[in-house]
Each structure stands twice: as C-alpha cells, then as structure tokens.
Design a protein around this ligand. Structure first.
Ligand code: AKG
Ligand code: FE2
Length: 247
C-alpha cells in the first residue's frame, strides 16, 4: 500500500500504533497519521494526492486548528495565572499531528474495542467526529460515559502534557472508542503537542511555594515511554506522579 507506515518510528502513514507483540489483541480500527506542523516536518510522501482536494484541505484545516489552539492556550494560561507568552513559547510553531481513525462495524461489537483506554500524550487533542455514529467514551469517577458529538462541533480532550504543566490542576481525560454493530465510524483527531525540546515538569509559576505533584522527564523520553507499550489507561503519566517518581 502506497501510504503505509515506514518502520522509522514516526508512525506516519496507514497502519496500527501501539502494537508490541504477535499475541496482542488488536484494536478494531485502522488509522492514518500525518505530521502537519511545523510545516517543515511534513513528509509529503504520506499525504495522499487522491482525492485531489486532500492536501489543500488538510493544510487549511490544520491552520484553522492552530487558531483554535492559540485561543485555548490563552484561556488555560489565564486560568492558571500564567502569562500566555509562557504557553506560546512551550507550544511555539504549534507542533500538530492529524490522526484519521476508521472503525469498521463488527457484528460482535461487545467483543472488540475501537481504541483501548488511554489518555493522549498531547497538550490537548481536538477531535472531530466525521460521521454521525457515537463511539467515544470518557472515564469519569471510575464510570465510562458515552459522549455524543454535537453536529459540526469539536471535542477537546485534555492531554497528559497539560496535566503535568498545570501540576494536576487540569487532568488529562482517559477515553476509549467503542464499535458499532452496523455502521462504520470515522473520527479525525488533531494532537497539539509541545516543542520537542520541552522538559516536562510542573510550571514553577503554577507550583509557587506549593507541593510539587509530578517529577520531571524530557518530552522525548515521555514519548518513548508512550510508544513502547500498549495503550493502557493513564499508566505513563501515573509513573510521573511525584509520590511514585524516582527523581
Ligand atoms: O475516535 C475517537 O472518538 C477517539 C480517538 C482517540 O482517542 C485518538 O485517536 O486518540
Ligand atoms: Fe485519544
């Protein structure tokens, strides 16, 4: 297949992520992932030329999302009592990846899962449910709650990076996707990520004289920890929680 993933660790192209063994039960979904920003990091080899509108539309969608992201960072910073420039610097150039999820129907939908429970390793993710088929669930107080997407509305899932930077004031949301017995479902998720050089730790401006709730880890190490294991709830960020962290 022309656009299939290379085994070069970038996850771009068609395929499955988080597959670590032959025995592993796979999620009931296909994914297609491209890095969209910074523009210099795009690998056009993975950008389909058919339909002919694809590249242009994704370029425009990606740009519009950065405007939404800027507003959201501004509100989050203000809420945390941090100067917006701090977040602008951490998320400069708006690193962004787009993942298209395709969930085929399954007659035995209760025996499979579309995406295993996880939290996103992003600052936040902006999700568009493309067709009108419900599937996303979030975990709140230990219960799974189905999220119904409003027509044409974007859903924002807070990611692990924001949880750590905010010292736990914001919590990343654990979520999963379920399968429909008859209808396929398609979602498009934009991961808004920090600059690659980030040292992930609670912002001093947020912690002040208070208690530090998370240890520190380079963002690169954090990504390795995520991609070197199966999706499993919030297990990666749990290890960073200060009471369990080694540093
Ligand atoms: O399809 C969905 O609703 C969820 C997708 C998701 O969680 C992801 O791509 O990280
Ligand atoms: Fe997700």
């Amino acid at each position: 297949m022309v656009y299939k993933q290379d085994n070069n660790g970038t996850l771009q192209g068609y395929g499955q992520a988080f597959v670590l063994s032959e025995e592993q039960k796979l999620d009931w979904s296909d994914m297609f992932y491209i890095t969209t920003r910074p523009v210099a990091l795009r690998n056009m080899k993975f950008w389909p030329t058919s339909p002919s509108t694809f590249r242009d539309n994704m370029d425009r969608y990606s740009l519009e999302l950065t405007k939404v992201a800027s507003c959201l960072w501004h509100y989050i910073a203000t809420n945390l009592g941090v100067a917006p420039e701090v977040f602008e610097q951490l998320f400069k150039d708006h690193p962004q990846g787009l993942r298209f999820n395709y969930y085929p129907p399954c007659p035995e939908a209760d025996k499979v899962i579309g995406i295993s429970p996880h939290s996103d390793g992003s600052g936040f993710s902006i999700l568009l449910q493309i067709n009108d088929v419900q599937g996303l669930q979030i975990r709140k107080d230990g219960q799974w709650i189905a999220i119904s997407a409003l027509p044409n509305a974007l859903i924002v899932n807070l990611g692990d990076i924001t949880e750590v930077l905010s010292n736990g004031i914001y919590k990343s949301i654990e979520h999963r996707a379920m399968i429909n017995t008859q209808h396929p479902r398609i979602s498009l998720v934009a991961f808004h990520c920090p600059d690659n050089s980030l040292m992930l730790r609670p912002l001093p401006e947020v912690v002040g004289d208070g208690k530090l709730n998370y240890g520190s880890m380079s963002y690169q190490e954090f990504l390795k920890a995520i991609f070197n294991k199966k999706l499993e709830g919030k297990s990666v960020i749990e290890k960073l929680k200060y009471c369990k962290a080694k540093n």
